[in-house]
Write a protein that binds this ligand. Sequence first.
Ligand SMILES: Nc1ncnc2c1ncn2[C@@H]1O[C@H](COP(=O)(O)OP(=O)(O)OP(=O)(O)O)[C@@H](O)[C@H]1O
Ligand SMILES: [Mg+2]
Length: 387
Amino acid sequence: MNRLFAIQRLRLARFNFVIWLAKCIYSGRRAMTGENSNKVSVAGRVGALLPDEVIFGCSPTMAGIQTRALRISRTDVPILICGEGGTGKEVLARWIHRNSEYGDGEFVKVNCAAIPGALLESELFGYEKGAFTGANNIKPGRVESAHRGTLFLDEIADLDLDLQSKLLHFLQDGTFSRIGDHSERKVDARLICATNRNLDQERQAGRFRDDLFYRIHVFRLTMPPLRERRDDIPVLAEYFRKLYEKQFEIQAETFPPELLEYLKNLAWSGNIRELSNGVARYVLLGPDAAIYQDLATRRAKNSGLANGYGEGHGMLKRMSKDAIKEMEKTVILETLRANQWNRRKTAQALKISYRALIYKIRDAGLISRRAALQKAQAGEPLSIGGN
Ligand SMILES: Nc1ncnc2c1ncn2[C@@H]1O[C@H](COP(=O)(O)OP(=O)(O)OP(=O)(O)O)[C@@H](O)[C@H]1O
Ligand SMILES: [Mg+2]
């Protein structure tokens, strides 16, 4: 019965996921073809997939960022947001925009790393008809679209030196010219830049202009990595669960406290984006499959096993089996420790028979501290997992 329910749930989740994906692709295509393009930019539409809310959580660093961000959002000074990938730089930039006097204007995002140099100039500043081969129509740039709004320059460290000087010129007095046009245009926009690189180093290496650095760096906010705000993980996880439940129209199980504790201890190299993806899997696949998949990925990543599994269905089966074993081993080890290595109590706590526990302990290569000591005294090699 349970199995039937799980299969139905997975089918429904997949169906909702496909519908959601189709909606995203459709709205992306409408943006590309220019439908409604007077209202929202392509970037803005993609950004609509970002959550509206910023979870500041309870860490003192984030409280400080919230206070400072709110204060500066009421001014028009340029802001530089630094931080590792996935820490929420863009989410914060959008929040500042909404809370500023530019909030009624557009939030125009330009990813400097995603657009090649020559194209980026025309994308930013626009061009006149006939400015170059292929310029068959007038095209206003993104800078113009940001008038009375916010210009968000993402991955600013990737801007090439030529464009850096053009941007500097624009920032000095808000004026610029479209390519192929000599008249100057004026734009009043709030500038927010973001980077996950160290701009001081880029400057020292001569890849980033000093003068531009000082222009965009009037105010710096540095987003902390998730591993430095572990206490916020449960709040963030809950937030994403509700978000994905709504998005996929599916009711997920609430998080068991042990799982939240487990999440708090992970490395989170992908920061909040990684957590958000993990919770999406949890909502779509249910807790068991999501956790096993997560463990399998982490295990492969950490030990370089990704290639060792080979390909195809067999690989998936073996990975799941290994992941389950790994998880079982961790749970058994923790329960043994919690019960001072008393195996009867441990078996009771795990609700399995004493014999099954002994078998699993052997299978996992776990040994007690006492056994380890005896082995060491006898000069025998120690197996993994003992404490
Ligand atoms: N404080 C937050 N509250 C809610 N969601 C967040 C928060 N920070 C990040 N996220 C989530 O994490 C994802 C990544 O955030 P964002 O794109 O802002 O990160 P980033 O720092 O710009 O990453 P990158 O450097 O890779 O572009 C977002 O889609 C959002 O779901
Ligand atoms: Mg970003």
